[in-house]
Each structure stands twice: as structure tokens, then as C-alpha cells.
Design a protein around this ligand. Structure first.
Ligand SMILES: NC(=O)c1ccc[n+]([C@@H]2O[C@H](COP(=O)([O-])OP(=O)(O)OC[C@H]3O[C@@H](n4cnc5c(N)ncnc54)[C@H](O)[C@@H]3O)[C@@H](O)[C@H]2O)c1
Length: 330
């Protein structure tokens, strides 16, 4: 069985579906600090398969140990953590506590149980903003906020672990900008409060929850002046985890691998793609640039192609259609 920490969350739930579709059995450990238990039922609904879910904090060593004793776990996909960049600046201790302690406790328990195959959720935020594009895995690392540092520190801990004991096999996946939802419309991204990310903001404007979108800066050195990011459909991202798991099961050591589409898309391009996919007009205003934002960010995806035999399949239109289906059905 595969243990999925944070499996009730946005990316975790889609990955559970793809793991089950690929024939794996899944145990979720989630404390629902940023998700709802009903998501587990939706995963069962989509796959027609049972999913075990344990309501627990990954930092609770005794509880985690009991999960390893109760189920025959062969590998772990570790999503559990806090993820809001802005919040991490105002609550750094909470971010370092949750994001580091969860990994330390998990790895300690895995080691005790002799389970040493791990896929970790990292992020493109580990790259220093001054790098040239596209970002290759060997680019300079460095962060501008506590959330990013927790990811970079986690990667370092995992590299050190693999150096100390060569039976570990660890893949840190550096995600670019996951958006979209499962085609069933049953699982997707449900931010609490004001969305930090572009797509949930757009879908909430489309649904009438918010009156207009704020576009931060239209004077960047890009084709239309708005920021360019590498958007990746969450189902492609989830399938990347299944490939990474298969790769990790056959190898040893620690790797960091980008998961992105390899192409950039501007904020205005996303707005227009959404309008085309749904027929809904998105009113927006141009606001000043946000501090810390860079003009362009996209991935070099050759390492994922080479090691995982993986690349994205789903385009921006699909991302917009699926994101809207989820928002409008819920
Ligand atoms: N969404 C993105 O844009 C993005 C980009 C790069 C990296 N990531 C990383 O991917 C992972 C998953 O992201 P997501 O968007 O699905 O986030 P999410 O908040 O939807 O999912 C995280 C899940 O982990 C759970 N959780 C958090 N702390 C926990 C703990 N201590 N014990 C048990 N459960 C806990 C939450 O309840 C939630 O269900 C995170 O580590 C995040 O930092 C996300």
C-alpha cells in the first residue's frame, strides 16, 4: 500500500485517484487542517475503490507508527504541509514547525519501519529569482519567503538522509503552477478565504463570489506586460507522481525533478482562455506589481522526460474547462 500524507488536499486527492487507477492501494493520513473529509468519499466515488483514511497529524509519531503497523506500506507520497506564501511571511513559526516537523517525524517512522521510498512535494519556489529561464534542476537555489525555505530545507534533509543510508530512494518533485480539476468535477481546489492563486480567483469571479479579478502589473517585459507562469493540469501533475513512484521503486538516492509544462502563459492569456472555454466574461483591473513577483517563470522539463518518461498532456483550455466544472458543480 502507498501512504499518502495530505491525501485529502488539492494535489493529494488527484494523486490518490491516479495511484488507484494505476492499481495501487492507498492509505491517506490527513488532519484536515486545509481540506474536508468529504473529499475521501469523492475519491471513492471517482475510482469505485475503497480508500483507507486516518484522521491524524503527520507530526504525531505514535499515531503514524500505528498506521505503519496496521497497513503494509511500501512507499510514501508526502503532501502534508502548509502552502500559502503570504501567510508564511506572517506566521513563519507555524510554517517551519509543520513543514519541517512533519517530514522529520515521517522519515523517522519510515526508517524505523524499514520503508525508505519517498516522493516529496517540493516547489519551483526553491529557485533563486535571478535564474535564467527555463529553470533547470541545477539552477541556483534560494528563496524569498519562509514557505520556500521550508521546501528547500526539506530537500536538503532528504538529500542528507539518502547520503547517510543508501537504501533510501527519494524524489523531490518541484511543481510549477498546478491548476484545473478532475474531469468528473468531484474534486478540485477549494481555498479557504480569499484565493492566493490566479485560477481559483478567476473561477470565483465567474461564479459571482468576487466582483473582479486583480491583475498585478501589466508593465513586465513580456508580450502583453503581465506575468508569465508555467501552468500544469493537476491530473498531469498527479500522473507525474505515479511515474516518480515507479522510478523511485527501481532506483536509489535522492533526486529533484521539475514537474511543469515547459511553456509559459501570461495572466491575460489565462483570462482569455477561461473566457473562451466557458463563455463567461471575467472583469479585471490592473493593480501595481506585487513585491517579490518576477516577470517570467517556466520549467525545463527534460529531466522528467528522461527519468520518468513523463510530460504534460492537457492544455490550458482543458485546465480552464475542468476548473470551471468543479467550481460550478460545487
Ligand atoms: N498547490 C500548489 O500550487 C503547490 C505548488 C508547489 C508545491 N505544493 C506543495 O504540494 C503539497 C500539496 O499542496 P496542495 O495544493 O494539495 O495543498 P492542500 O493544502 O490542498 O493539501 C495539503 C493537505 O495536507 C493536510 N495537512 C497539512 N498539514 C498536515 C499535518 N501536519 N498532518 C496531516 N495533514 C496535514 C491538509 O489538511 C491538506 O489536506 C504541499 O506540500 C504544497 O506545499 C503545492
Amino acid at each position: 500500500m502507498i501512504l499518502v500524507t495530505g491525501g485529502a488536499g488539492y494535489i493529494g486527492s488527484h494523486t490518490c485517484v491516479e495511484l488507484i487507477n494505476a492499481g495501487h492501494k492507498v492509505v491517506i493520513v490527513d488532519n484536515f487542517c486545509n481540506s474536508d473529509p468529504s473529499v475521501v468519499e469523492s475519491i471513492r466515488d471517482i475510482t469505485g475503490k475503497d480508500v483507507v483514511c486516518v484522521d491524524a497529524d503527520v507530526r504525531d509519531k505514535d499515531k503514524l507508527l500505528s498506521v505503519f503497523k496496521d497497513y503494509d506500506i511500501s512507499a510514501v507520497v508526502h503532501f502534508a504541509g502548509h502552502k500559502a506564501v503570504g501567510e508564511s511571511v506572517s506566521k513563519p513559526l507555524s510554517y517551519y514547525q509543520n513543514n519541517l516537523d512533519s517530514t522529520l517525524t515521517l522519515c523517522e517512522v519510515m526508517d524505523m519501519q524499514g520503508v525508505r521510498t519517498l516522493i516529496f512535494s517540493s516547489s519551483a519556489t526553491v529557485y533563486d529569482p535571478s535564474n535564467d529561464m527555463p529553470l533547470v534542476e541545477s539552477a541556483t537555489l534560494g528563496c524569498t519567503n519562509p514557505y520556500g525555505w521550508t521546501k528547500l530545507m526539506n530537500e536538503q534533509i532528504l538529500r542528507d538522509l539518502a547520503t547517510a543510508n543508501e537504501s533510501w530512494s527519494i524524489v523531490s518533485l518541484r511543481y510549477f503552477n498546478p491548476i484545473g480539476a478532475h474531469e468528473s468535477g468531484k474534486i478540485g481546489e477549494r481555498p479557504s478565504g480569499i484565493p492566493n492563486n490566479l485560477m481559483p480567483y478567476i473561477t470565483q469571479v465567474a461564479a459571482g463570489v468576487r466582483d473582479k479579478l486583480h491583475v498585478f502589473g501589466n508593465d513586465y517585459p513580456t508580450a502583453d506586460g503581465t506575468g508569465v507562469r508555467d501552468y500544469i493540469h493537476v491530473v498531469d501533475l498527479a500522473q507525474g507522481h505515479v511515474r516518480a513512484l515507479e522510478y523511485a521503486q527501481e532506483s536509489r538516492g535522492a533526486q529533484s525533478i521539475n514537474l511543469g509544462s515547459g511553456t509559459g502563459c501570461s495572466v491575460l492569456q489565462i483570462i482569455h482562455a477561461f473566457e473562451q472555454a466557458t463563455g463567461i466574461t471575467i472583469p479585471y483591473v490592473i493593480d501595481p506589481r506585487r513585491p517579490g513577483d518576477i516577470a517570467v517563470c517556466f520549467a525545463d522539463t527534460s529531466k522528467a522526460k528522461q527519468l520518468l518518461n513523463w510530460q504534460t498532456q492537457l492544455d490550458i483550455n482543458q485546465m480552464c474547462e475542468d476548473a470551471w466544472r468543479f467550481e460550478s458543480q460545487s
